[in-house]
Design a protein around this ligand. Structure first.
Ligand SMILES: [Zn+2]
Ligand SMILES: [Zn+2]
Length: 135
């Protein structure tokens, strides 16, 4: 077991998470596109209690959409930090984009590929693909 550190764009929020992740997924759903400004989100699944906020807890906001699970972001700079219902959920999706070091393990799967945008091309990375959510 080791840990990775993460932060938001303004640097106000810093956290650490124990790894390895249970799995790593890219989600191409329309909600993830809205919050990401791109093709979607890429996340490592971690137990919620494996995440520790080191700084800026007062900046952290969680938005619960009508459909799907809550998304967590920095209220100062808008950086996307977690999905999956943190902090109440048992499991949290930690956005790889928030990690401070490059994350080099391959993706396990692509989720919601039915929601691919016309300008979005899936890499030929061998990861499993699901029309909606994964198994
Ligand atoms: Zn921030
Ligand atoms: Zn999604």
């Amino acid at each position: 077991m080791s840990e990775l550190t993460g932060s938001c764009l303004c640097g106000g929020v810093r956290f650490e998470v124990d790894v390895p992740f249970e799995r790593v997924n890219a989600c191409h759903c329309t909600s993830c596109k809205k919050i990401s400004g791109g093709g979607g989100t890429v996340s490592g699944r971690a137990r919620t209690d494996a995440i520790r906020i080191l700084a800026g807890e007062d900046l952290v906001r969680t938005f619960q959409p009508d459909e799907g699970v809550a998304k967590t972001f920095c209220s100062e700079c808008g950086s996307n930090l977690f999905g999956g219902g943190w902090p109440e959920s048992e499991w949290t999706s930690v956005r790889l984009t928030a990690l401070d070091e490059p994350f080099e393990e391959p993706l396990g799967s692509h989720l919601f590929v039915r929601s691919l945008a016309p300008w979005e091309v899936l890499p030929d990375d061998g990861a499993e693909r699901f029309e909606v959510r994964g198994a």
